[in-house]
Ligand binder design. Structure first.
Ligand code: ACO
Length: 312
C-alpha cells in the first residue's frame, strides 16, 4: 500500500518542551566538540532536557496545552495514540499513562503506543485517520513524545550533540471536507545503521544519505498521488534532524528553504516529537488560512519514512 487518502480536521495542537536547556557551549565541556562544529554540521544551537520528567509527563503537558488552546472537553476523547521509542516503562503504554494523568476513565477509550522512531507521528496520524474513518471513534488525541536524554551516551560526541527531549500533541476529528494524504513506508535495516539499546547508536553518514533520499522521494510520491504541485503547499514541516538534510531536500525538490518550517536550532532532534512540536509552533507563529495545505515529512530508525499532507 503506502499511499492512503482520508479525512480529518485538526481541532487543536499543543506542545511542551522542558525548561532545562543544554547548549552547545555546555556540550563543549562534556565531549571533544565545539559550538562551531555542531552549528555548522547540524544547525543545532541548544536542546531541552527533561531532568527527571518522564515521557508521559511531557506527553500529558503537551496534551493539556492542546486541550486548553481549543477549550476542548477532554471527555470527548475516545482514542489516544502515542508515538515514542522512549516509553516510561515497557508496560503500561505511555498512552495509558497519559489517559490516567488527564483523568479519562470512561469506558470505550482505546489507548496504545506505536514505535516507528522519528516517523512515528506520521504513522500515528495514519492509524488515527483510519480509526476515525471507521466511525467507531470520534475524537483522537495523537501525541509524539520523547525523553531521549535517558538513552543518550553523554560521552559519545557522535550522538549526544544531536538529540533533545519534548512532546507535541494534536486533537483530530473526522471531517469529510478536509482531505489528508499519506505516503508511508518502511524498508527494514539489515545493517542496523540506527538502533537503540542502552544508548542510541548511529552510522551518521549512512543515515544522512538515507534521509536526504527519502525526504525527496516521499514528497514527490505524495504530490504525484494527490495531483499536487508545489504552489499548493503552504508549508513543509520536516522531521528536524539536521539543517543540511532539510537544505538538500529544498534543493532537490526545487522548493525554497523559506517554505520549510525549521526550529532545530532550539530543540535538536526530538524524534517522534519533532514534527508535532514544529506543527504547533508553525500554527502559532505564521498566518494560515482554512484550506491551506501543510506537508509533514519524516524518516528514522526502522528504517521508516513517510509524508503526509493535511488541509487546515
Ligand atoms: N564534534 C566534533 N567532531 C565530531 C562530532 C562532534 N560532535 N561528531 C563527529 N565528529 C567528527 C567525526 O569523528 C569525524 O572525524 P574524523 O574525520 O576524524 O573521523 C568528523 O567529525 C566528520 O564526521 P562525519 O560523520 O563525516 O560528519 P558529518 O558531516 O556526516 O556529520 C552528522 C555527522 C551530523 C551525525 C550527520 O551525519 C547527520 O546528521 N546524520 C544524520 C543523523 C540523523 O538524522 N539521525 C537521526 C535519524 S532519526 C531517528 O530515528 C533517531
Amino acid at each position: 500500500m503506502g499511499f492512503d487518502k482520508g479525512h480529518f480536521k485538526i481541532v487543536s495542537t499543543g506542545h511542551y518542551t522542558p525548561e532545562a536547556v543544554l547548549t552547545n557551549r555546555d556540550l563543549e565541556k562534556m565531549v571533544d566538540t565545539t559550538d562551531e562544529w555542531i552549528t555548522s554540521r547540524t544547525g543545532i544551537r541548544e536542546r531541552r532536557i527533561a531532568n527527571g520528567k518522564t515521557t508521559s509527563d511531557l506527553a500529558t503537558l503537551a496534551s493539556r496545552n492542546a486541550l486548553e488552546k481549543a477549550n476542548y472537553d477532554k471527555n470527548d476523547i475516545d482514542l489516544i495514540i502515542v508515538a515514542t521509542f522512549t516509553p516510561d516503562l515497557k508496560s503500561p503504554s505511555v498512552a495509558c499513562m497519559v489517559q490516567a494523568k488527564l483523568g479519562l476513565d470512561k469506558p470505550g477509550i482505546m489507548a496504545f503506543d506505536i514505535n516507528a522512531a522519528c516517523t512515528g507521528f506520521i504513522y500515528a496520524l495514519n492509524i488515527a485517520e483510519r480509526m476515525l474513518h471507521s466511525g467507531l471513534y470520534k475524537s483522537a488525541l495523537v501525541i509524539g513524545a520523547e525523553v531521549i536524554s535517558k538513552v543518550m551516551d553523554y560521552k559519545d560526541r557522535n550522538t549526544c550533540v544531536l538529540f533533545g527531549d519534548g512532546a507535541g500533541a494534536v486533537i483530530l476529528e473526522k471531517d469529510e471536507s478536509r482531505e489528508v494524504l499519506f505516503n508511508i513506508s518502511s524498508k527494514g535495516d539489515q545493517d542496523l545503521i540506527l538502533y537503540v539499546d542502552e544508548y542510541i547508536n548511529m552510522d551518521g553518514p549512512k543515515v544522512y544519505q538515507f534521509a536526504s533520499r527519502v525526504i525527496e522521494s516521499s514528497i514527490r510520491g505524495l504530490m504525484e498521488f494527490g495531483n499536487m504541485d508545489t504552489a499548493m503547499i503552504r508549508k513543509i514541516i520536516p522531521h528536524q534532524a539536521n539543517i543540511r538534510i532539510i537544505k538538500s531536500a529544498s534543493k532537490a525538490l526545487d522548493i525554497p528553504l523559506e517554505s520549510f518550517f525549521i526550529n532545530i536550532h532550539k530543540y535538536g532532534n526530538t524524534s517522534a516529537a519533532s514534527i508535532p512540536i514544529a506543527l504547533d509552533e508553525m500554527l502559532e507563529d505564521e498566518a494560515t488560512q482554512a484550506d491551506d495545505k501543510i506537508v509533514l515529512v519524516g524518516f528514522g530508525a526502522g528504517l521508516t519514512y513517510g509524508a503526509c499532507s493535511l488541509t487546515l
